[in-house]
Design a protein around this ligand. Sequence first.
Ligand code: FAD
Length: 304
Amino acid sequence: MPITAEQQAEISEQRAQSAPTRRVVAPGMEQHLYTAQPVLDHGFVRVIDYMGDDAAITQAARVSYGKGTKAVQNDEGLIRYLMRHWHSTPFEMCEIKLHVKLPVFVARQWIRHRTANVNEYSARYSILDREFYIPAEEHLAKQSVINNQGRGETLTGEDAQRVLEMLKADSARAYDHYATMIDEGEDGNGIALARELARMNLPANIYTQWYWKVDLHNLFHFLRLRADSHAQYEIRVYAEEICRLVADWVPYAYKAFEDYRLGGAQLSQPAVEALRKMLKGEKVEAADVGMSAREWREFMDIVS
Ligand SMILES: Cc1cc2nc3c(=O)[nH]c(=O)nc-3n(C[C@H](O)[C@H](O)[C@H](O)COP(=O)(O)OP(=O)(O)OC[C@H]3O[C@@H](n4cnc5c(N)ncnc54)[C@H](O)[C@@H]3O)c2cc1C
């Protein structure tokens, strides 16, 4: 369960409060504030705070005095222009702060995105919960034979069951040892090993939590890489959940991101040359434009 009854009560209490403000609010985001959106078996993403909206992007681009909105159409057109031409700083005027609960092996990929501010739950100070990511059976797959960094054929039947049993048994055993090592005992006669040491025995599928604050430009960069079909499923589902939140927060900016980055494609100079030849009805092959077999395959995936 991602959230306990007490945590839910705290969230509900926070959601019941509101305060007048002169600051910009994005109605689409207000509806999500504080609510935990479940991800994987015990994880979640929830919005703790945000700054700005679509109008804040155009306001910064125009360096205007007022709210900045000349007309809705102008705002949307300007945002699309900024996205198309990599004029990225106006997007940095919007910020979001998320509370994320995620398995440690997902956190290791996530933390590589250096342009965010992070504060993680301390396993030196606190005791970690007995919560481990155990994949749903349909997400167990063999090593891909065509992509060294990916999954291939789905595991079924006995093999899938064996994997699940091993994951569950190893997680339980590691946590039991962790609990024994940190236990102070009834009369203080337990081992009472320091938490900072006992945690080293825990596997990478245990859950951690952090607050993660990032501006919209860098968030789009994160989403471009992690909501992509090549990203590992376990981080992709978090990125996809964040995409849904961002679409409600800054709908014009998100649509532009979807059109020009997420669903768009970047072509090299030889690829543009090949495309031009194709449009003229000429027969063209990789060698004609100096592309490798792999580049050509990736190019054909885009254009066919
Ligand atoms: C599918 C996939 C597979 C990957 N596989 C591996 C792997 O096998 N091994 C591995 O180690 N990593 C791997 N990574 C991580 C990857 O190399 C990047 O570290 C990660 O995606 C973060 O990207 P970033 O540096 O652009 O993002 P951020 O750290 O958020 O930075 C955003 C941008 O800011 C700029 N920037 C930030 N810091 C600096 C800096 N110090 N110097 C210069 N410019 C900076 C850069 O322009 C950068 O693109 C993988 C990522 C993906 C998506």
